[in-house]
Design a binder for this molecule. Sequence first.
Ligand SMILES: Cc1cc2nc3c(=O)[nH]c(=O)nc-3n(C[C@H](O)[C@H](O)[C@H](O)COP(=O)(O)OP(=O)(O)OC[C@H]3O[C@@H](n4cnc5c(N)ncnc54)[C@H](O)[C@@H]3O)c2cc1C
Length: 412
Amino acid sequence: MAKNPSRIVIVGGGFGGVSCALALASRCSPNLAITLISDKPHLEYTAALYRVVAGRSPLEVCIPLRDIIGDLPIECVRDTAASIDPAKRTIQCTSGSAYSYDYAVLGLGSKIAYFGIPGMQEYSFNLKSISAAIRLQRHLHEMFEQTAARNDDRDDDARRMRMVIVGAGASGVELAGELASYLRILSEKHHVSKDFVDVDLIEASPRILPPFPATVARRVEQRLKELGVNIYANRTMVREELQEVILKGMTIKTETVVWTAGVKAHDLYALIPGIETDKKGRVVVDEYLRAKGADHLFIVGDGAATKYSGMAQTAIHDGMVAAENIIRSINGAALAVYHPKQPYYALPVGPRWAAAIVGPVHVYGYGGWILRRIADLRYFLNVLPVTKAFRVFREGRSICEVCDVCSPQPPP
Ligand SMILES: Cc1cc2nc3c(=O)[nH]c(=O)nc-3n(C[C@H](O)[C@H](O)[C@H](O)COP(=O)(O)OP(=O)(O)OC[C@H]3O[C@@H](n4cnc5c(N)ncnc54)[C@H](O)[C@@H]3O)c2cc1C
C-alpha cells in the first residue's frame, strides 16, 4: 500500500522559508507534500531596499513567489498564521483555514523594535519593507516640492532640510551613503540649493558599524564624510516630536527621521505553547534547528536564536539545514548538526562603492561594489530561472521616480 506523503508546512515566504521550500522540492520526492504559507505574494529582497528610496525600481526588491516556485511541487497559499499548536501539530490561519503538519518550518522574519522611545513609532520612517521604502521616497520628494514652492524670505535655518537616520548599523550606513548622493540630484531637479540639505547619521555607540571591525568602520566613515554625511556617535535617542528629534545633548529640527536602529523577533513566536524564547524573543533551538520542546517544529532565519541570526544569508543556510533534517527525520536517519555559517558582508556606501568583507579579506571601492552586485545576481540565480533572474537584476538600474518634477509626464 502506498504511504501517505509527509505533510510539510512552511510559514513565511522570505529568505529562510523559500530556501527550505526549494531545498525540499529539489528532492522531487512524491512522499513530500510541501505547503508554503505566506502573507505576501512575493519575497522582499531587503538588501536592495535602500536603492528604492533613492529612485530605483522596486521590482528588484519584489520577487513574486509564483516566479520562484514555477512548476515545482510546492503548494503556495496566501494567508497569515495566527497560532501554532506543536502538540496537535496544527497551524491556524487568520482566513479560518487550519493546516495539519508532520513537520513545520517557521521563518516569520522580524519586526521593528522602538525600545519604547517616545514618538519614534508615531513619527519616524523605516526601511523594513518595500512599502516603507516607497513611503520614505515620496516624503523626500514632497519635502523638496514644498521647499521649492516656498518664498525665499525665511532665514537659512528655517529652510534647512535635515534627513536624520538613526542607527549606524549596515542598513543605516547604506541608506546614508545613498541619500547623500540622491539628495544632490533632487536638489538640482527641484532647484533647491544643496547647501540647505543635510544627511545626519546618529549612532548610540562610540563609533559607526559597532559589530564590524574598527578598520572597516574607519574606512566607511571616511567615505561617508566624503559624501557629505554628518556623523554623530555616542548620541542616544531621547524622543521624537512632529518637527524635531531630541538626542542626548542635542536637538535637531527635522521632519524626516528614519529609524534603522533595532529589530525584535516576530510576536507569534512568544505565543507558541511549550517552546522557549530568549531575551530578544527569538526561539531557542536545539542542535538540529528544532524549537526546544517541539521536535517537529523547525525555526529558520531571524526568529531562531543562532549565532548569525539577523542576516539573509543565515536564513538561507537555516532553510537548507531544516530541509535536510526533515528528509533525514522522515527516512529515520541521524539528523545533521547545525553549524552557524559566518556571513560575508558587502556594504554599499554611495554610488559604485562598497566595503566587502570576506573573512580576513577587505575590499573597498569599485571592487567591493562589483562583489556586492555579484552577490545580488547570485541570489536571483539561485531562486529564479536564468532569464527572470537577469530581468530582476537589471531592474536595479531602472529609474522609478514618484514626482512630476523628477519624472515629468509626457504631453497628452
Ligand atoms: C534594509 C535591510 C537591509 C538588509 N540587508 C541585508 C544584506 O545586505 N544581507 C543580509 O544577509 N541580510 C540583510 N538584511 C537582513 C535580512 O533581510 C533578514 O535577515 C532576512 O530577511 C531574514 O529572513 P527570514 O526568512 O527570517 O525573514 P523574511 O525574509 O523577513 O521573511 C519573513 C516572511 O514571513 C512573512 N510572514 C510574517 N509573518 C507571517 C505570518 N504570520 N503568516 C504568514 N507569513 C508571515 C513575511 O511577510 C515575510 O514574507 C537586511 C534587512 C533590512 C531590513
